[in-house]
Write a new protein. Structure first.
Length: 265
């Protein structure tokens, strides 16, 4: 069960979809949402630039247009905190917050080398993966959203999960089930290769893992065409995503037809 979501934002229009996903999931799980923005210590505050939560909920028909913050918490069970982090470096500021507050889920937009995707390159991605181990939902520029920005409709029904023996998928699958079990999505697990790993599901039964053949990235992208979400076990530089680093990582995030959920293994 998700109890706290963190959404770093740079106030760009490309981040609107990721904000909608973070807020809609917070409503679904009746949990806390932290909206994060990093500003230079010498700059002015940006409170008016934060996404408008109550206005969005009113547009979705979930809250009256004149509702107060207390109404939002009482009626929807959602508490929202807008956090400005004074730091010279956006990556350092957000990483520090995540390490000290430990949200259950981070929701991020990835919109090119000048946007938030640069936060997760090189040593930064290794630091976050190895030190925080926080599940992260990435929305690439070509991703088909599973939350309608206008109506707030949630359509998270079909997940694809590529599995390998390294990293071990058991912990990642457990995390996935804990996070999304209330939504009851259909999970299509597959392995790229000749022999699938043997894994037990939540009921203690062998998990049905399909076999697929082909190049790793292209096969994942093909499987994602009919999915609402890719859920991928990760283990820093030494796991399944090792084959997806550099330009190939950008291919997955930028070309996938749906968002990607990175699950620490």
């Amino acid at each position: 069960m998700i109890e706290r979501i963190a959404h770093p934002t740079d106030f760009s229009s490309e981040g609107t979809a990721s904000f909608s996903h973070a807020l809609r999931l917070a409503v679904e799980f009746r949990c806390r949402l932290d909206l994060l923005h990093v500003r230079s210590p010498n700059s002015q505050d940006n409170w008016d630039s934060f996404p408008h939560v109550r206005e969005t909920l009113a547009r979705w028909g979930l809250l009256a247009s004149d509702a107060s913050i207390n109404d939002m918490e009482a009626q929807l069970g959602v508490s929202v905190r807008k956090v400005e982090i004074s730091h010279q470096d956006a990556v350092g500021g957000v990483s520090t917050f995540l390490l000290t507050h430990r949200p259950d889920l981070v929701v991020l937009a990835t919109h090119g080398p000048t946007g938030l995707i640069r936060w997760f390159s090189g040593s930064v991605s290794e630091s976050i993966a190895k030190q925080t181990h926080i599940p992260t939902l990435f929305l690439g520029p070509n991703a088909r959203p599973f939350v309608d920005q206008q109506s707030g409709a949630l359509g998270l029904n079909n997940l694809v999960v590529p599995l390998a023996r390294n990293p071990s998928p058991r912990r990642a699958l457990h995390t996935l089930n804990v996070l999304l079990d209330p939504l009851k999505p259909y999970i299509h697990a597959f392995h790229i290769g000749d022999t699938a790993p043997w894994i037990l599901d939540q009921a203690g039964e062998p998990l049905d893992v399909k076999l697929r053949q082909g190049p790793v990235v292209e096969t994942i992208l093909d499987a994602a065409q009919s999915a609402d979400l890719i859920a991928m076990p990760t283990d820093g530089r030494h796991g399944f995503l090792d084959a997806l680093r550099g330009s190939t990582t950008e291919r997955v995030l930028h070309q996938a037809d749906c968002p990607l959920l990175a699950l620490p293994a």
